[in-house]
Design a protein around this ligand. Structure first.
Ligand SMILES: O=C1C=CC(S(=O)(=O)O)=CC1(O)O
Ligand SMILES: [Ca+2]
Ligand SMILES: [Fe+2]
Length: 341
């Protein structure tokens, strides 16, 4: 078996948006991302703390979708390892030399991973001016950095096995009474996750998680959207998560792309860090105060593209967490509905 690449962290998401100006309003004016590069077709954005070219790329296109996720790897040789690893898995693999892919990114490889997701692995990326203490440039949600990707996939155990083989640790899970896996949070950087899996038809992108420094930034974001009569962009929260313990707010951008404003999770860097396991019937698992999870949060997600920009077909999920009634959720019946029953 070939050696997997040494992944450092979730690094950027490239999203297709249908109106770049409207997306710029949402992600820059409202969330506070800084523009590192822009042309008539594309925006490369970064959070205030980020020292590399971008953590979010918005590309003008006909249909809102995930163009690709991207992980930074530790060395240029890890880009070669990624190419060899996914080739050995029999997956579609394409080398993307500097200048032929996303602006600012050096030599990279793009694959369609075993879960059907378009994923880029790169090491070289242009540095960017340090804005950490440019308080005069902060606005809106004051987004500090990208934190994680959340992906919808029908086979959570397969997703877990794939990312475990890539060396990701597992910080938390949601499991059934027989320990069937409903969701998992996995990491390479020393926080709760770089990637999480939400059970559902997939491959689809559930959300991009972006971090602020303080919970008051999360609350202020909700207040700003309310003040501007744009509260319809708020989907779920503000609230306190069970899993991750983060304070959160979920928004939908003008194309429906979901973003989570997320702060205050915890350290996971010790070699013997243990996975914390939630039961799917525990109604504090997704909201520590037991608030219901709105149905759209479980059901709606963005399509993903293949390496030629074509939408990928989706496979329906086996387990449906939203069908498990927990406390005030009041969704569905007591036992998980197996869609193939
Ligand atoms: O980042 C996250 C942390 C926790 C949760 S959950 O709703 O608490 O499961 C969802 C999430 O994956 O978006
Ligand atoms: Ca509940
Ligand atoms: Fe999240």
């Amino acid at each position: 078996m070939s050696t997997p690449p040494d992944v450092v962290r979730s690094a950027y998401a490239q999203l297709v948006v249908t109106d770049l100006a409207k997306a710029r309003w949402f992600w820059c004016d409202m969330l506070g991302f800084h523009v590192q590069y822009e042309d008539e077709e594309m925006l490369c954005l970064r959070g205030t703390d980020e020292l590399t070219h971008h953590s979010l790329v918005l590309r003008q296109g006909g249909t809102a979708a995930l163009d690709h996720l991207a992980y930074r790897v530790r060395t240029p040789e890890d880009v070669d390892r990624a190419e060899e690893y996914f080739t050995a898995l029999g997956r579609p693999v394409r080398r993307v030399p500097r200048g032929q892919g996303t602006p600012g990114v050096g030599d990279a490889v793009r694959v369609v991973d075993p879960l059907g997701f378009p994923v880029e692995f790169f090491h070289d990326i242009d540095r960017a001016e340090r804005l950490i203490q440019r308080y005069d440039l902060r606005r809106g949600a004051e987004i500090a950095r990208l934190d994680h990707f959340n992906i919808c996939t029908p086979d959570i155990p397969a997703a877990y096995a794939h990312y475990q083989a890539l060396g990701f640790g597992c910080s938390e899970t949601i499991e059934g009474d027989e320990h069937e896996l409903y969701a998992a949070w996995m990491y390479r950087k020393q926080t709760v996750h770089d990637v999480a899996f939400t059970g559902g038809a997939g491959p689809r992108l559930h959300h991009v998680g972006v971090a602020t420094h303080e919970s008051h930034h999360v609350l202020r974001t909700a207040d700003i959207f309310g003040s501007l009569r744009k509260e319809h962009h708020i989907e779920r929260g503000p609230g306190r998560h069970g899993v991750s313990n983060a304070f959160y707010l979920y928004l939908r951008d003008p194309d429906g792309h979901r973003v989570e404003i997320y702060t205050s999770d915890y350290y996971t860097g010790d070699p013997d860090h243990e996975t914390y396991r939630w039961n799917v019937h525990d109604d504090r698992r997704r909201d520590f105060w037991g608030n219901a999870v709105i149905e759209s949060w479980y059901k709606e997600a963005a399509p993903v593209l293949d390496l030629d920009g074509r939408p990928q077909p989706v496979t329906e999920a086996v387990l449906d967490e939203s069908a498990v009634q927990v406390g005030a959720d009041g969704l569905g019946i007591v036992d998980p509905v197996r869609q193939d029953d």
